[in-house]
Write a new protein. Sequence first.
Length: 395
Amino acid sequence: MGSEQAEPSQFAISADRIFDGYRWHNHALILIAGGIVQSITPRDENARCSSTEIMPPGTILAPGFIDLQVNGGGGVLLNDQPTPDAMRAIAQAHRRYGTTSCLPTLITDTRAKAIAAIAAAASLAGTDGILGLHLEGPFISPRRPGIHHADYIATATMEDLDWLAELSAAGSSMVTLAPECVPAGFVKTLVTSGIRCSVGHSEASADGLIAAVDEGLSGVTHLFNAMPAMSAREPGIIGLALTEERLTAGIIVDGIHVDPVVVRAAFSAKNRNNIALVSDAMPTVGTEQDQFELMGSLIHLRDGQLVSENGTLAGAHLNLALAVKNAVTFGGISLDEALRAASLVPARFLGIERHRGTLIVGAQGDIVALTPNLDVLTVWVAGSRPPSVPKAGWT
């Protein structure tokens, strides 16, 4: 790992458009000092800053993206290496796509792997773009395994809370579980200790899910995938996800996991402040590789989708910059809503919106610069440009 490119202790960035997570500022300038946002003002009101970087015409500045579900990147899969170095490598691979913070995600695996991943996240404690850990499993439904290894799927007992409790020291973390596979009070105990709970890989009924929501469950993992379809008399997880204000739903907008028409339906039906874009990324992101091994299964990248030998989807070859672009082009939502879904919404879900996911005064200077075509030009993390990020854009 190289050191971040040093910026002056106080500097400004000038751009044609700046989105602070709530509203737009046109022909504006954002002032950063000590890695923290100090102000956003019209250009002519802040010409006093001696160190100002002027972005190319049409550039959009927005809060750095926050990915709640990222399994891998840069050739690294967290399940293979649940270590601090692996987490740093994954975060670094996604930075070039505007993701300044993430939750490295461990899918269902051995208890030893889960405990190692928790320890790794705890050792990083919010540094290097690692906000915490996302444990996707093992307490999921064996009837909705997706690519998860059936041998490691388990039904929870209250004793499992002992090792899961260590997640409370691992930053802003979350657990994806099936409510029907955990005992009453399980979710409430996790939430009370500061761990977010999300429903996924589940066949919970609407009544079963609402009981978990009443205990504090607040998320839906990859909406529409690994859950039953909604029907007229069985709303299930999807029906509740689209109508329950207490639930923030993650959605994979790659045009593969969820059909574009269904993406538009979801954004039309649900409060858009409660839909978060997620990548569900695998090691192929940021590399030229077209296959990798996942717990003994060979996964192939074919026509943009990652599939096992039997055709099961295995995560996504997606980054959040592309997800934002897709949300606008075929998701039918405005640019500010798409940017918010990749920044403020996940920050709010994790309870960190006062200092991440926005560019309001006092927030950390995590910024992504986008071209008018929504391609990433460069990023800043806490007011500094990460290693290998040039000023003019990616080479």
